[in-house]
Write a protein that binds this ligand. Structure first.
Ligand code: UDP
Length: 481
């Protein structure tokens, strides 16, 4: 009888939030497809987001990886309702640790590695207890990782608030970070989330390696800083490797709902690269005034549009983080300028709350993306050759916008951060026209050209022998031992 070999088993743990769960499932699939591993994803879920439920349902049906849902523990006595998202996530993942431990220790075949997102860093010691490898998967880019892991040093070096600094924050071997671009948890050093953030930054470096969702050609210099002898690696005495394995993005989901089908039929009828897609990710919200200016701006731009709309909020810009996709569509119309819906009939579509983003971005009629610059959305745009209008709102998105618009030339952006000042209709119209000019055949559009080059570069990185393919193979090899 032939001897049956158990496949190498990796267990991946994700914190709540679509921007965390989706990339973790994608990474799991890569291990299965590229390396014949068994992959189990432990998804800690918010259970308050309709979109999260949908994504998990499609992942729970027999597929490439095995997904186990861990409902968020009740943390009402441990946090204040107004605590930041990062505080909530950190506490949820701390409380979920026993559940992760129990599943991990019983998993069969015995796992060879644990891979966690940064919010699950406190589970890294569980891997040590089981004598298996642990990796962190940051589904963001290398410059973001650099700021995170260097933050404990900045914490020692800099006095007062980061946002009050006159000079950019220096990170060895990397571009400096403008004070206004720091991550949300760095905006106020007195907030409890800042302490959680510092723990997370130190926790990441306790792992055996960090995977980032970027690729060599996109961020060569920053990745160099992390390599042996690199300036950042030296400054932090880093002992662990950083692997650029991206861009890992998902395939469009099959969705037979009438909303998606009529949207795709409408897109089929529009000219090539003529439609701007507008969406602010899983958590993004606009103020009432900003929402009206955006509507006016789209109308003034005279471009076709698909806009994923949410009722506005005057609270935090990430107010929808735990409830994504749960809005009632009819709520929204009353916040739009009078007559907007009738004037734009046939020219634009509004999708309430949540859309099949990958199906939209992949459609040939889409030529621009007004985006909050969540890294998942950014990569989905680039891999489909769609230039961005960068509209950062929360988390690390200000840094993403700077990277895209100022360093890489893949996006245009407003002059002032949208979280500081309402972006006016004229500026919105100008930016939309810049990514979708009147007659694309007559206009040389450098942003678009550059995006197309990066689309090809991404494809090369992922194909057999490409930089990201090779890096993921190195991770797999280290896990196989
Ligand atoms: N997404 C989607 N439909 C929407 C909004 C978002 O499918 O209407 C998906 C998007 O394709 C991406 C993820 O949700 O995969 C959002 O992740 P990202 O990193 O862009 O931002 P976050 O929402 O975490 O801020």
């Amino acid at each position: 009888m032939m001897e049956q070999h158990n496949p190498t088993h990796v267990v991946l743990v994700s914190s709540p939030g679509l921007g965390h769960i989706i990339p973790m499932i994608e990474l799991a699939k890569r291990f299965v497809l590229q390396h014949n591993f068994k992959a189990t994803v432990l998804a800690v879920t918010s259970q308050t987001s309709t979109a999260e439920k949908q994504i998990l349902n499609s992942a729970l049906t027999p597929s490439l990886c095995h997904v186990i849902e861990i409902p968020s523990p009740d943390i009402t006595d441990l946090v204040q309702p107004n605590d930041a998202v990062l505080t909530h996530l950190s506490v949820i993942m701390r409380q979920a640790k026993p559940a992760v431990k129990s599943i991990l220790s019983k998993a069969t075949p015995r796992p060879s590695a644990l891979i966690v997102d940064p919010f699950c860093h406190e589970s890294i010691p569980l891997a040590r207890e089981l004598n298996i490898l642990s990796h962190v998967y940051l589904a963001s880019h290398a410059w973001a990782l650099a700021l995170i892991v260097y933050s404990p040093v900045l914490d020692q070096q800099i006095e007062g608030q980061y946002v009050d600094q006159k000079e950019p924050l220096k990170i060895p071997g990397c571009n400096p970070v403008r004070p206004e671009d720091v991550f949300d948890p760095m905006l106020d050093r007195n907030d409890s989330q800042y302490q959680e953030y510092l723990k997370l930054a130190k926790g990441i470096l306790q792992s055996d390696g960090v995977l980032v969702n970027t690729w060599e050609e996109l961020q060569h210099e920053t990745l160099e800083a992390f390599r042996e002898g690199g300036l950042l690696s030296e400054a932090l005495s880093m002992k662990i490797p950083v692997y650029a394995v991206g861009p890992l993005v998902r395939e469009p989901e099959s969705d037979t709902s009438s909303v998606t089908q009529s949207l795709l039929t409408w897109l089929d009828e529009q000219p090539s690269e003529s439609v701007v897609y507008v969406s602010f990710g899983s958590g993004g919200m606009l103020s009432c005034e900003q929402m009206r200016e955006l509507a006016w701006g789209l109308e003034l731009s005279e471009r076709r549009f698909v806009w994923v709309v949410r009722a506005p909020t005057e609270n935090a810009a990430d107010a929808a983080f735990f409830t994504t996709g749960s809005d009632a569509g009819d709520e929204v119309a009353k916040y739009l300028p009078e007559g907007f819906l009738s004037r734009t009939r046939g020219l634009g579509l509004l999708v309430p709350g949540w859309a099949q983003q990958m199906s939209i971005l992949r459609h040939g009629s889409v030529g621009g993306f007004v985006s909050h610059c969540g890294w998942g959305s950014t990569l989905e745009s680039l891999t489909n050759g769609v230039p961005l209008v960068a509209w950062p709102l929360y988390a690390e998105q200000r840094m993403n916008a700077t990277l895209l618009a100022e360093e890489l030339g893949l996006a245009v952006r407003p002059k002032v951060l949208p979280t500081k000042k309402v972006v006016g209709r004229e500026e919105i119209a100008r930016m939309v026209r810049e990514v979708i000019p009147d007659d694309q055949s007559l206009t040389s559009n450098s942003v678009r050209e550059r995006v197309k080059e990066m689309q090809q570069s991404a494809l090369n990185a992922l194909s057999e022998g490409g930089s990201s393919y090779v890096e993921l193979s190195a991770v797999a090899k280290s896990i196989e031992g």
